[in-house]
Design a protein around this ligand. Structure first.
Ligand code: GLU
Length: 469
């Protein structure tokens, strides 16, 4: 589907709205919003049948106010310079917002992933990495790619292996990319990070009684009806965590259509069904819809677009029934749709905040790679034994023993996964309250507040560097 307004222009509009709340010089604002560099590359790949296919790819480095730049790589036929540039800009604002010391970047390879064998995909990823190395668009201190649509641990594994082979001799080498398999320097919790972050963001938003009651809803997640578009990494994990806290997933939209069941859909069973190659239209549910986009219009409290950009547009915004739109994807709501939803009093949790959990945990992974030590390795056992000593001291002071089970739950030290989850939760909780405060102070919506918060932070960095007054 084509964008009514090019994607980068949309990001630009959101930026301009936020910029009006500042008195920053026009030149500085232009520097913050413009894209620093875009590398477009064409490279040949041998197909399994021996033929040669030429493939296009991009890497955009939006802002170098901090280095390295960071952002995922996606495999999609929809890839274009406009798309990667816009997505790179979103990365800049996302990282600044949640205090992650990176500029924004994004990469894309224009392929329909399903049409390639594993061996072909491996050749594509390795060759793309080679091209990035040639132009210094990858490296622990310059540009750190990560996962995005169609790119997971397997593809990242090929990329890091290629980088290690071609750029030997550095102790930081595995920090050249994130989303790696554990054995290659990956981190626990990265796979579910974006979805978990989406969950934390929604939990915070529905936890503020005055905001939620104003939407005609009751505070808390219990019983909230959720519809998700996209049962990929982001959508699936967000739903799983929401379900665990009492929300009910009543609708799921995927490429082939959408399903609705007011009694709830078991997303785990649905994922297993889909992974076996089945269509969601064959999954038991009350209603089945052939048109995927119809899923967005289902009756619910929280709608999570977690697939592509440009899904809620001026065409369907009036028919969205959700009171909260939680943007798991990047750019799912166009500027025109934003205005319609805002006018209708819908609470939008903007992408630049809500899906920041992925890059947050990527940042933790990169820190792990730079230090070459697993989080928790030094202190896990020490914490467990000092907790044990505290329990013993309390027992000897009181002359009483703790009930069974108490010791086991307290005599523990933090492991890598626990620390990652804790850092992620802290980031998402702080981020939400920060943008909420700005929105209240300025009398604006959360998206404008998020852009405003971000651009002020980027401006500060330029100021500290002495580049702009
Ligand atoms: N693809 C993720 C995003 O859009 C970030 C990837 C990364 O960890 O760098 O936020």
């Amino acid at each position: 589907m084509s964008h009514p307004i090019p994607f980068f222009k949309q990001v630009d509009r959101y930026f301009e709205r936020a910029a009006r709340f500042t008195d920053l010089p026009a030149g500085l604002l232009t520097q913050i919003k413009n894209c620093n560099a875009v590398y477009q590359v064409s490279f040949p790949v041998e197909r399994d049948d021996g033929s040669i296919q030429v493939i296009r790819g991009w890497r955009a480095a939006h802002s170098t106010h901090k280095l390295p730049v960071k952002g995922g790589i996606r495999l999609t036929m929809m890839a274009s310079e406009d798309e990667v540039t816009a997505l790179a800009a979103l990365m800049t604002f996302k990282c600044a917002l949640v205090n992650i010391p990176y500029g924004g970047a994004k990469g894309a390879i224009q392929v329909e992933k399903r049409e390639y064998s594993q061996r072909e995909l491996e050749r594509i990823m390795r060759r793309y990495t080679f091209e990035l190395i040639q132009k210094n668009f990858i490296g622990p201190g310059v540009d750190v790619p990560g996962p995005d649509m169609g790119v997971g641990a397997q593809e990242i594994g090929w990329m890091v292996d290629t980088y290690m082979a071609l750029v030997p001799g550095s102790v930081n080498v595995s920090g050249c990319i994130t989303g790696k398999p554990l054995a290659l320097g990956g981190i626990r919790g990265r796979v579910e990070a974006t979805g978990r972050g989406v969950f934390f963001g929604i939990r915070e938003a529905v936890g503020v009684p005055e905001d939620i009651e104003a939407l005609g809803l009751t505070p808390g997640l219990e019983g909230k009806r959720v519809v998700v578009q996209g049962l990929g990494n982001v959508g699936y994990y967000a739903c799983r965590f929401l379900q665990e806290e009492g929300a009910v997933v009543v609708g799921v939209a995927e490429r082939e259509g959408a399903i609705h069941d007011p009694d709830g859909i078991d997303v785990d069973a649905l994922l297993t069904h889909r992974e076996a190659g089945e269509s969601i239209l064959d999954f038991p549910a009350r209603t089945h819809m052939e048109r995927s986009l119809d899923g967005l219009e289902l009756e619910c409290d929280i709608l999570i677009p977690a697939a592509l950009e440009n899904q809620i547009t001026e065409e369907n915004a009036d028919r969205i029934q959700a009171r909260i739109v939680a943007e798991g994807a990047n750019g799912p709501v166009t500027v025109e749709a934003h205005d319609i939803l805002a006018r209708r009093g819908v609470l939008m949790l903007p992408d630049v905040y809500l899906n920041a959990g992925g890059v947050t945990v990527s940042y933790f992974e990169w820190l792990k790679n730079l230090s070459n030590v697993r989080f928790g390795r030094m202190n896990n056992r020490f914490e467990a034994s000092s907790n044990s000593r505290i329990l013993q001291a309390v027992e000897s002071l009181t002359g009483k023993e703790f009930a069974p089970g108490v010791r086991e739950s307290v005599e523990v030290g933090a492991k890598e996964g626990d620390l990652v989850d804790s850092g992620l939760e802290d980031t998402m909780v702080e981020g939400f309250h920060e943008i909420r405060e700005v929105a209240r102070r300025e009398g604006t919506d959360l998206r404008t507040a998020a852009y405003l918060t971000s651009l002020l932070k980027v401006a500060d960095t330029y100021g500290e560097r002495g580049i702009f007054p």
